[in-house]
Design a protein around this ligand. Sequence first.
Ligand code: NAP
Ligand code: MG
Length: 529
Amino acid sequence: MKGLRPRRAGVHWRQPQPHKTMVATAPLEIPEINPSPRVQEFLSATRPLLINGEWKAAASGETFAVYNPASGAEIAQVAEGGAEDINQAVAAARKVFDDPSHAWNTMTPSERGKLIWKIGDLILEHADELAELESLDNGKPMGVAKVADVPLSADLFHYMAGWATKLEGNTIPISVPYAPGAKFHAFTVREPVGVVGQIIPWNFPLLMAAWKLGPVLATGNCVVLKPAEQTPLTALRLGEILQEAGVPDGVVNIVTGMGETAGAALAAHDDVDKVAFTGSTEVGKMIVNAAAGNLKKVTLELGGKSPNIIFKDTDDLEATIAGAASAIFFNHGQCCCAGSRLYVEKDIFDDVVQGVSAAADAIKLGPGLAADTEMGPLVSDEQLERVTGYMNAGQEAGANCVTGGTRRGDSGYFVSPTVITDARDDMSIVREEIFGPVVVADPFDDPEEIIARGNDSTYGLAAGIWTRDIAKAHRTAARLRAGTVWVNCYNIFDAALPFGGYKQSGWGREMGHEVLDLYTETKAVCLGL
Ligand code: NAP
Ligand code: MG
């Protein structure tokens, strides 16, 4: 099905449409930039699903449009997989997993490691193309994708490659009180969980695919991956790279489509042993319910409303202000760990608000493909509605918009980086995840009280602390209920560093060796001697 289509009940949908936003629109010149011939060629064909090593149309024959968020123009058509395609993909993954003589299962850990390493190498080899595709699809600046998304994705595979040979169990001396005198040799082995369903969001499309697929491959599982409907392109290109690296057919299957159909079918599938999800807390809860049918394992990486706390004894005020601005404005605020609640000790509050606002005003907005763009558009029409809706809600509730608070331009999904003060703790802009470049700043007096306020959230994904007092940094870090605490830095990610949430920010961890536990079962073997 080509072109535009009507809105379907309950289905997220990206067709450009008139905006119901009430916030003002400030002008923005948006230059038109054509993609490179290589990327144009990738976009020119309807992109199919990857099932059992074959690129094929959806069983229904349906496709959906992918849009450039800088213009709202359609850039590609992608197969719209549904329940039938998920069934086929799960069956392909299951067939590989259950066949002990399959190449995937006879491969030595060392061979598997080398294959995963090669994926990392190929990502770097195609870095420019992947960065361009990511920028076009998601809206983020291509320069950022080139230095962050793409190398981090490659690094994740390189890091996970090393783990393939290190998934060890233990030998365990046991006592068995009811078998006096008996001797046993007991040990554990770590085995793959089986067929994994993975559902990922649109904010870091390639990187989220890497975070998910790296540990799947390192631990010898098979997988069906469903990318976000807004940003399916780099995951599909990654599918080609996996094939080029030599991942056997059926090990990684990629089904693009809607969350409510393809995603829901995957989460509920009785032959899926584990589902790993990254996205909103609301959908995360639906995944948990869907998984209950066969009690598949569930890991969740969900939303956040992270406190970023600046003490007056921060070491370098200028660097702190730059850090606080980047904590919220990086990736247009479309980060689950965005430092969206900025708490500043009273004496320096005005300086910090002024500094972060100046940084916001200085950010160059534009299409991701323009070389001088520092912030691109939000990912979709839906996100534009959502973010400007929060801007409205905050202003209507009486909060003060220091800078920003507007949509920018009348095509594409641009908004101004926004700094808000004088909000009450019960306002939606303070409590809910906005997922846009909107920070709410508030002063504090009491370093003790600010810990309680920092923790006063249903989320617990990340937190920031800025101080030169090392003991205070440790004390505060220890008491913040968050999966990641950054001190005198923010948004520092590494393949070796586990990432995930306390409270309603999720279950389990991504990356580091922690993630491997969540993709393996421990089998205890006990031999009577
Ligand atoms: P979302 O709906 O949670 O989407 C995440 C993924 O889940 C997508 O692949 C989505 O598919 C899929 N999905 C949606 N409904 C599903 C269902 N019933 N069963 C199975 N899978 C389903 O997030 P969103 O709508 O894109 O964004 C909404 C808000 O979520 C954002 O504003 C933000 O607050 C939050 N969010 C958080 C993160 C994070 O990293 N923590 C990332 C993205 C968004 P489709 O989108 O393809 O339909
Ligand atoms: Mg969605």
